[in-house]
Design a protein around this ligand. Structure first.
Ligand SMILES: Nc1ncnc2c1ncn2[C@@H]1O[C@H](COP(=O)(O)OP(=O)(O)O)[C@@H](O)[C@H]1O
Ligand SMILES: [Mg+2]
Length: 1107
């Protein structure tokens, strides 16, 4: 159905009938057929009046979206197709607006969808009720209590992977505005036997698996647990993993939910410790040990597990061990301890585990209640949601089924009571006569079970309390005695002869005809389970632990509070809580959801008719429909009835101006419906037969078709006319626009033409005016010009006249002057010399020269010979003089400069000059020597006593004394020698002793040779044939090469007046003995300063490596 098309009645677009009350004919078959038909079309909800039947689809249906919530919000119950939201909305609005407390009773067998339904109701209410931070927190806490309770109270069973193993009733409390304030949860009868044993294919409570799968390594270590399920006896081996269930993820969800609900971290820890302890209890094993008296006594097989449990619970190991071995019975101030045999020990162990878990669960519920309870004390409105196990019929039914079925009997009872009451109340309210309805009242069955004197529960309690041997058989015997006559009770031994032959009933069973069918119960275990016995030693042991939670779970273990009175039996406890519940429900307005399971395979799309038929029967749904239909099948407020059918009568269509009740009356009369088919209530019309309603619906449908045609016709006419009017209007607009356009065009043309003409005329006028103005101006100008010319002419004439006059005056003056001059010259001629002009000229020149020199004196440049500047010449004719003067000045300046020097200094400069001439730009070593002053006598021989003898031997003045390295002619090795140069000799002496080695007259030296490089090697060539030249030429090295050679050169020049040859070359010849050896300089690595290394290569070659 498209979204825009909003339904206005349940009767629209129906698949089958949405409300079973309208079934015609009404039989079980048509009822089932209708359910199946709707189920096949994914319509899982069907009404019986205001009761919702829900058939579990076992698949996700897209009918729980927020859009659906909006759709059902604030709508009347019958307005839309059946939905659980309609019921929730009705309940919530009735609570909010009419101040009626509500309860929602959800029943059905296990797996039928009760828990899901309860969650849907809660989530719907949460979605529609108030918003705001505080309200949202309350909602969140209420909703999050579900995962916690489900983890601890649900388990996988054959029928349901998430079966609630406890009954739950939750009161949600609201304030006057309908905002949630909090809630209270009550739990009923947790199936604790599941803790120690599960039927095949089923699992223990979810929390055990969740903890083992989802707990962190650290947590498991802390709780002393192993991750594998098969480590634990209490976890059934099969079906440990459930398809599609992620235990680990669920564990996180549960922990998170606990946090949201308000559990403290340490509380969660305590809870998990108890869970771990329960799990580990199952692993304690016992073995028999024979005693002297022949009896077997039990012993714990492996104490390790016990030790760990005791550590977990802060328990003294010995205390717990004793509690598993002995049983103390107290009677009349006397204590008797008996040992336990193996069977008893196991019984005790399991009883402890069950009790521990059961009490933990109750504690959890209380703890949640503490968190979610309403904080404010204002008056509250309450909506109760009851999700309780439905009727159970198994092959082997025991005490639990008995109790559950009893609870369902009670619920059925109040259902009937309240439905009838409601119906009756409505009839009275509407002023319609109430006729008695026949229906089955199950009060008699409730009586059979709960009667305080002879009810089955009372009998059971009596048996349990009776002294002497009590067994399940004695209990059955008792039942046979007391209840045999009851028409709903059957047993083999029953005195009622009617059933004596019923062999289908075993001896240890009894059967009760419940309202939903016959159920056979095995008596085995009834007494035990009713007693729910935990040995006192165990509860005392538990009380003694240091574990705060465990201690608080076993208050009866406190010896101070010990009483001999027995605790109430399970049966009586349950009976009491059911009674409280019923009382509670009776004060509220009930809303029913009846859940049906369509198949046993938990599969979608399968509708097992036999299974559903069975449920329909025991849920008493037919009964339900009949009650609903008693009297009238359908009722509807006048307003909505008139609104729906008013088109069927000409008087009410299209408008009825008077009251809707009268309108309906007129309508039904005109339709000629027999008057016995309906009754007029105060605000509603009651229709007896569904057939009548369907006839009305048929008529309406046909009429609607006619109306549709009519509407279509009118609509088409209207549409055409509107279209025509629209076209007409458009045509007018278009023509108006066109006319406007043309007029405008014409106007614009005219306008531009006018403008052109206008501009031409204006132009012509302007030109005419201009011409006139120009003429006028020209006239004015010519007058001025003429005047100007005239004045000019006059002025020039005047000027000419004045000039003429001035020239004449000047001429007169000149003539006068010449005349005067002539007269004067004639007079003074005798006083002038003939060459005065020349003298004046010379004088002038002299004056100028004088001035020039005086000024030059002031402008002279500095006395430095390097100064280049010279003042500019003042007169052109002095050009040559000026240049000459500059030259003279420079020469004079140089002379002045030279005159400063002493003789000594002069000699030094001469030497330096000589050196420069010899070596500059020829030998690389020269540049180094420029800075060094030439000292000559470096050794100070005359002063040094070491050289006294040497000093004595030298007579002449010493020109140079220094240590040089003499190069051995044969191998190129060097040896230091004193090099002494006098005015006529050069002497070589031993450096240490001063012993003269050779004395060579300077006249014998022919030339010297040096390289071009920076080295200090030099050769002294000697005259061939002289005595000094016996061994050949000398080779020396010295850093002061430049000075030595310069001095040698000068000395020889002074002595002989001859300039010796200084050869500067990288290759030269020397004479050693008879050989002519080539000294060759090659470039090499620097070794010892600037010293060259010499190597005699052969007879002809001496190689000098220079850096
Ligand atoms: N309205 C529903 N839509 C889809 N699946 C449902 C619905 N109701 C129940 N189910 C399915 O059936 C299973 C059993 O439902 P549940 O409410 O736990 O049964 P019960 O509480 O009656 O034992 C759920 O786990 C879910 O898979
Ligand atoms: Mg459930």
């Amino acid at each position: 159905m498209p979204k825009s098309e909003v339904k206005t009645s349940l009767l629209d677009n129906m698949i089958g009938v949405g409300d079973s009350v309208l079934l015609e004919p009404l039989t079980e078959d048509t009822f089932l057929e209708n359910l199946k038909n709707r189920f096949d079309h994914s319509e899982i909800y069907t009404y019986i009046g205001s009761v919702v039947i829900s058939v579990n689809p076992y698949r996700h249906l897209p009918i729980y979206t927020p859009e659906k919530v909006e759709e059902y919000r604030n709508r009347n119950f019958y307005e839309l197709s059946p939905h659980i939201y309609a019921l929730a909305d009705e309940a919530y609005r009735s609570l909010r607006d009419q101040d009626k407390d509500q309860c929602i009773l959800i029943t059905g067998e296990s797996g039928a969808g009760k828990t899901e339904a309860s969650k849907l109701v809660m989530s719907y209410v949460a979605a529609v009720c108030g918003k705001g931070a505080e309200v949202n927190q309350v909602k969140e806490q209420l909703l999050q209590s579900n995962p916690v309770l489900e983890a601890f109270g649900n388990a996988k069973t054959m029928r349901n992977d998430n079966s609630s193993r406890f009954g739950k009733y939750m009161d949600i409390e609201f304030d006057f505005k309908g905002d949630p304030l909090g809630g209270v949860i009550s739990n009923y009868l947790l199936e604790k036997s599941r803790v120690v044993k599960q039927p095949r294919g089923e699992r223990n409570f979810h929390i055990f698996y969740q903890l083992l799968s989802g707990g962190s390594e650290d947590l498991l270590k802390q709780l002393k647990l192993e991750r594998e399920f098969n480590q634990y006896n209490y976890l059934g081996l099969d079906s440990a993993k459930v398809n599609g269930v992620d235990d680990a993820a669920n564990f996180r969800t549960v922990k998170n939910a606990m946090q949201i609900v308000g559990f403290m971290d340490d509380e969660v820890e305590l809870v998990l410790e108890v869970v771990a302890a329960v799990l580990k209890l199952g692993n304690i094993e016992f073995k028999p040990e024979s005693r002297v008296n022949g009896l077997d006594e039990s012993r714990i097989q492996d104490k390790n597990e016990l030790k760990e449990i005791c550590e977990l619970l802060g328990q003294d190991q010995a205390v717990l061990e004793r509690a598993f071995s002995f049983r103390t019975v107290e009677a009349k101030q006397e204590k008797v301890s008996t040992t336990l045999n193996v069977a008893q020990a196991y019984y005790a162990r399991d009883a402890l585990a069950k009790n521990l878990y059961n009490r933990l669960f109750t504690w959890l519920v209380n703890r949640i209640n503490e968190s979610i309870k309403a904080q404010s004390k204002v008056r509250k409105k309450v909506m109760g949601v009851l999700d309780i196990y439905g009727f159970e019929i198994f092959e082997n039914n025991s005490f639990e089924q008995f109790i559950i079925n009893y609870c369902n009997e009670k619920l059925q009872q109040i259902f009937i009571e309240l439905t009838l009451k409601e119906e009756q109340e409505e009839y009275i309210k509407e002023g319609i006569e109430w006729t008695h309805i026949e229906y089955f009242n199950n009060a008699i069955i409730c009586e059979l079970i709960e009667n305080n004197t002879n009810g089955i529960l009372a009998m059971l309690d009596e048996e349990c309390l009776r002294p002497g041997t009590v067994t399940d058989e004695t209990f059955l015997e008792k039942l046979n005695q007391v209840c045999a006559v009851h028409e709903r009770f059957e047993s083999r031994m029953s005195k009622s002869s009617r059933f004596l032959n019923d062999t289908t009933l075993p001896h240890n069973c009894f059967r009760i005809q419940h309202y939903a069918g016959k159920v056979m119960y095995h008596v085995e275990g009834f007494v035990d389970k009713n007693n729910d016995l935990l040995y006192r030693d165990l509860s005392q042991a538990m009380w003694k632990t240091n574990h705060v939670l465990v201690k608080s779970l076993f208050p009866e273990g406190n010896p101070a509070k010990m009483s001999l009175k027995r605790p109430p039996t399970a049966g009586s406890q349950f009976k009491a809580s059911v009674a409280t519940l019923m009382k509670n429900l009776q004060t509220k307005n009930p809303n029913y959801i009846r859940c049906i399971k369509p198949n046993d395979q938990k599969a979608p799309h399968i509708f097992a008719e036999a299974l559903v038929r069975h449920q329909v029967r025991y849920l008493g749904l037919m009964e339900n429909v009949r009650v609903r239909r008693a009297g009238y099948a359908f009722k509807q407020p006048y307003e909505s009835c008139l609104e729906r059918y008013k088109m069927l009568c000409s008087q009410t269509w299209p408008h009825w101006r008077q009251g809707s009740r009268d309108g309906v009356k007129v309508l039904l009369t005109e339709l000629q419906i027999p008057p016995e088919e309906f009754s007029y209530g105060r605000s509603k019309i009651f229709i007896r037969n569904p057939r009548t309603l369907f006839e009305l619906e048929d008529l309406r449908k046909r009429r609607l078709e006619d109306l549709a045609t009519l509407i279509q016709k009118i609509y088409r006419g209207w549409k055409c006319r509107t279209n025509f009017l629209l076209m007409k209007k458009s045509q007018i607009i278009i023509s108006a626009w066109t006319k406007r356009h043309f007029q405008r065009k014409k106007y614009l043309q005219l306008k531009s033409v006018t403008l052109i003409i206008q501009s031409y005329i204006r132009g012509w006028k302007a030109r005419k005016l201009l011409r006139e103005l120009k003429h006028q101006k020209r006239c004015e100008e010519s007058a001025t010009t003429i005047a100007a010319y005239w004045r000019g002419f006059q002025a020039r004439r005047e000027l000419k006249r004045l000039k003429e006059e001035a020239r004449r005056k000047h001429a007169v003056a000149v003539i006068w002057a010449y005349w005067l001059g002539l007269k004067v010259r004639r007079e003074y001629r005798k006083f002038f010399r003939a060459n005065a002009g020349k003298k004046i000229y010379e004088f002038t020149i002299q004056r100028i020269m004088q001035k020039y020199f005086l000024e030059m004196k002031k402008k002279l440049p500095s006395m430095s010979p390097t100064e280049k500047t010279w003042p500019p010449r003042p007169y052109f004719f002095l050009d040559d003089t000026h240049t000459e003067l500059k030259r003279i000045f420079h020469l004079w300046r140089c002379k002045k400069y030279r005159d400063q020097f002493t003789e000594q200094k002069k000699a030094i400069f001469e030497e330096k000059l000589e050196a420069s001439e010899l070596f500059k730009d020829k030998k690389a070593l020269y540049t180094n020597s420029v800075q060094q002053p030439f000292q000559g006598d470096y050794l100070e021989i005359s002063k040094n006593p070491k050289y006294q003898k040497l000093n004595g031997a030298v007579e002449e003045k010493i020109v140079l004394a220094d240590v040089v390295n003499k190069i051995n002619r044969a191998n190129g090795k060097v040896a230091p020698r004193i090099f002494l140069l006098t005015q006529s000799n050069f002497i070589l002496a031993d450096q240490k002793s001063g012993q003269i080695k050779s004395t060579i007259p300077v006249m014998d030296i022919t030339s010297v040779s040096v390289s071009k490089q920076t080295d200090g090697l030099f050769a002294v060539h000697l005259k061939e044939g002289s005595t000094a030249a016996a061994k050949g030429d000398f080779l020396f090295t010295s850093d002061r090469l430049i000075e030595i050679i310069t001095k040698l050169y000068r000395t020889i020049f002074f002595k002989t007046n001859q300039k010796i040859n200084v050869e500067i070359n990288n290759e030269f010849l020397v004479q050693f003995n008879q050989d002519k050896v080539c000294v060759k300089f090659i470039q090499g690595a620097q070794k010892n300063g600037n010293l060259p290394t010499c190597k005699r290569k052969n007879n002809r070659l001496l190689e000098v490596t220079v850096p």
